[in-house]
Design a protein around this ligand. Structure first.
Ligand code: GDP
Ligand code: MG
Length: 410
């Protein structure tokens, strides 16, 4: 039955992660089946979600499926990827933007290398809450095995910075749910899982509710009025006469007050996330404001010259480097509007990732974090690494800030 949804429920982005063959796609199909019976989804068969085999045959690489379903309280968009590499790319580039994730672990195998890698990835991209589905319980005789898997998963979650002791763990069988067998392991466990997802994964703070931030693209002075900085508002709402700080480039933030706001060339009382606005800054000289600075609610953002990054290195096939590199690598880094030129912006925005918006004047330098066992280790195309990045002038940065690095146009 096709259902016309009214989008009145809060929307949450989730996804299945975990080791290959542990049952992510089967679980995704099972969720749509169970919710379809309540009129909350369209049932999608396994093959409709994981189109990988046939699409690969035709030479098309697919990287993820976005599935929709509802519960009583929420509307979900759910991402399921066919392979490990697809998770890395989709999660790091933000294409698979998850507010929370369901990690699937087969009771018959327990945690495996990709279980751990996906937890690390989830942490790297800022996923706060995880729900565990221990799958294939139908294929396990020994209840001690289940206890062991649960214990190990709690430990693993804690290791990766999640709340291991409190995280809901549901044990069941996606296949039983999909095939309508053994409801005590099938449909009932899917219902339990969705209840856990509904309650454990919080509704994300919307951009409008976050503290105001606009990255400065252009600066000009208006005769008799003062300095105006313009750009696209990334988040929050700013009212006329608010106090602000200009953060970045210099060692300390510059304090100011917004005495007028122009959005789409009209004077108005407020500026909101998504607007292109010009902000008239009281008591600030034109030469003090630089592209790449951010204008924020005071005290909400700080500037940094050294930070830990998670970086996926594109392969040659993806348009990246052909060879590896060592630490002390110095490519150019792109964060928000820093150093951007209008022509550069055009080319960058055409990039599929949609994340490239800017350039910092100086090169960045990448190093292995302190205590790395083998600092002479090479970083190869296709690697997902954590490194320390240094830049010359401080920039407004916060955990989860996206960036891109380029080198010779790659
Ligand atoms: P993915 O790679 O994590 O997406 O795993 P799939 O969903 O493709 O499942 C891998 C294999 O495990 C398939 O052959 C499924 O039929 C099987 N499978 C999935 N869930 C269960 C389950 O609950 N019990 C059993 N016995 N097998 C399952
Ligand atoms: Mg799959």
């Amino acid at each position: 039955m096709a259902v016309a949804f009214q989008r009145k429920k809060p929307h949450i982005n989730v996804g299945t992660i975990g080791h290959v063959d542990h049952g992510k796609t089967t679980l995704t199909a099972a969720i749509t089946k169970v919710q379809a019976e309540k009129g909350f989804a369209n049932f999608l068969e396994y093959g409709a979600i994981d189109k990988a085999p046939e699409e690969r045959k035709r030479g098309i690489t697919i990287s993820s499926a976005h599935i929709e379903y509802e519960t009583e309280n929420r509307h979900y968009s759910h991402v399921d990827c066919p392979g490990h590499a697809d998770y890395i790319k989709n999660m790091i580039t933000g294409a698979a933007n998850m507010d929370g994730a369901i990690i699937v672990v087969a009771a018959s195998d327990g945690q495996m290398p990709q279980t751990r890698e996906h937890l690390l990835l989830a942490r790297q991209v800022g996923v706060q809450k995880i729900v565990v589905f221990v799958n294939k319980v139908d294929a396990v005789e020994d209840p001690e095995m289940l206890e062991l898997v649960e214990m190990e998963m709690r430990e693993l979650l804690s290791t990766y910075g999640f709340e291991g002791d409190e995280t809901p763990i549901i044990m069941g069988s996606a296949l039983c749910a999909l095939e309508g067998r053994r409801p005590e392991l099938g449909v009932e466990k899917i219902n339990e899982l969705l209840k856990a997802v509904d309650t454990w994964i919080p509704e994300p703070v919307r951009d409008l509710d976050k503290p105001f931030l606009m990255s400065v693209e252009e600066v000009f002075s208006i005769q008799g009025r003062g300095t105006v900085a313009s750009g696209r508002v990334e988040r929050g709402v700013l009212k006329k006469d608010s106090d602000v700080e200009l953060v970045g480039k210099g060692p300390t933030p510059i304090k100011s007050k917004i005495t007028d706001i122009e959005t789409f060339k009209k004077s108005c009382d407020e500026s909101r996330a998504g607007d292109n606005s010009g902000l008239l800054l009281r008591g600030v000289k034109r030469e003090d404001v630089k592209r790449g600075m951010v204008i924020t609610k005071p005290g909400t953002v700080t500037a940094h010259k050294k930070f830990l990054v998670s970086m996926y290195v594109l392969t040659k096939e993806e348009g990246g480097r052909h060879t590896g590199f060592h630490e002390n690598y110095r490519p150019q880094i792109y964060i928000r509007t820093a150093g951007e030129s209008p022509s550069l912006k055009t080319t960058l925005l055409e990039n599929k990732s949609g994340l490239l918006t800017s350039r910092i004047d100086e090169a960045a330098a990448f190093h292995w974090p302190e205590g790395t066992a083998d600092p002479s280790k090479m970083i190869m195309p296709g690697d997902n690494v954590e490194m320390v990045c240094d830049i010359n002038n401080p920039l407004a940065l916060e955990p989860g800030q996206r960036f891109n690095v380029r080198e010779g146009g790659r």
